[in-house]
Design a protein around this ligand. Sequence first.
Ligand SMILES: *Cc1c(COP(=O)(O)O)cnc(C)c1O
Length: 388
Amino acid sequence: MTTPENKKAGEMKPGTLLAQALGTIEPVYGELVPPVHFATTYERAEDGSYPRGRVYGRDQNPSYDQAEQVLARLEGGEEALLFASGMAAATAVFLALSPGDHVVAPKVMYWALRKWLMETGTRLGLKVELVDADDIDAIARAVKPGRTKLVWLETPANPTWIVTDIAAAADIARKAGAALAVDSTVATPILTRPIEHGADIVMHAATKYLNGHSDVLAGALIAARKDEFWARVRGNRPGIGGILGPMEAWLLLRGMRTLHLRVAQASRSAAAIAAFCQTHAGCIGVLYPGLPNSPGHAAAARQMQGGFGGMLSIRTKGGEQGAFKVAAALQLFKRATSLGGVESLVEHRASIEGAGSPAPPDLLRLSVGIEETDDLIADLDRALNTVR
Ligand SMILES: *Cc1c(COP(=O)(O)O)cnc(C)c1O
């Protein structure tokens, strides 16, 4: 693969970078679209060396290269790695720690990862402390200089969309000698670039916005720099073997080419939907960092550019029953888990997360897709009228 415009790409805006996927041309046939590489093994030279640099398909498949280069450039990092899922990417970071290491993580975060951390992570010897991550003083109190090795953040955080000030948290982590990792799935590199605010590692559930079409499971990590901790994280990909298939890597790159357009449309609609629901009699609360009266708005405005994302939650009248009634009455918003796809989704989080969920029983999470805003608002209006 050649990237003739390598230097200029650094000056490009994210949308140009994404649409062209760095302008890479395949060298043999001049293809604008990369081939998919299915080989699991690579030829050795007569002297036993590997002059082309690749040995085995776990994890040296060239199908990853272009998507990883685009992600590294988008996030302003030195290196990016694709994984088989967001969970595979996130756990590769925690598994680079040692027994006894102290970890600070949010109370409100992607529930399956919190569950893994509290069950498997602690069983492997990690000392995990969960904090209210929208309170920077709580993070400062929890972080122990010399003992805390990792501060994990998710912002905006599932499913209440609280916001953590990344720069303030990075300052605390750096002074204590801890690495800072940010699950930036919801913000995407279009709205927030955590490395610019001091993060060491950025994580994405690429299943969500990066791919954007609800048809690929993938994860990604981006490192600010290739340091010792990153070398251990990196080693966990072939070590655990949680690698992405070549076809999925190809689909992911195709999905990423329209990321900027999808995120812009979803953010615009989500902002309009949040404002609409706030005034609707069937709705008793809206959780969205884009609302000026939201507690996380000031921090969000500092670290999010061009919008506040396509995720919000609404609290319906009538408690849990009301929430189920509204979800059942929606027609465009499909009742399903996941987020960041082109189609809008609605989900009752308390019932899927189970015990320990921070979601109140009347909360519905909305993943706003790229449909026309007015149609989505009309759908919500109709459904919320059933409980007003
Ligand atoms: C979905 C999600 C994950 C997990 O990603 P998978 O690809 O489903 O493994 C992690 N964090 C956030 C914020 C997510 O939305």
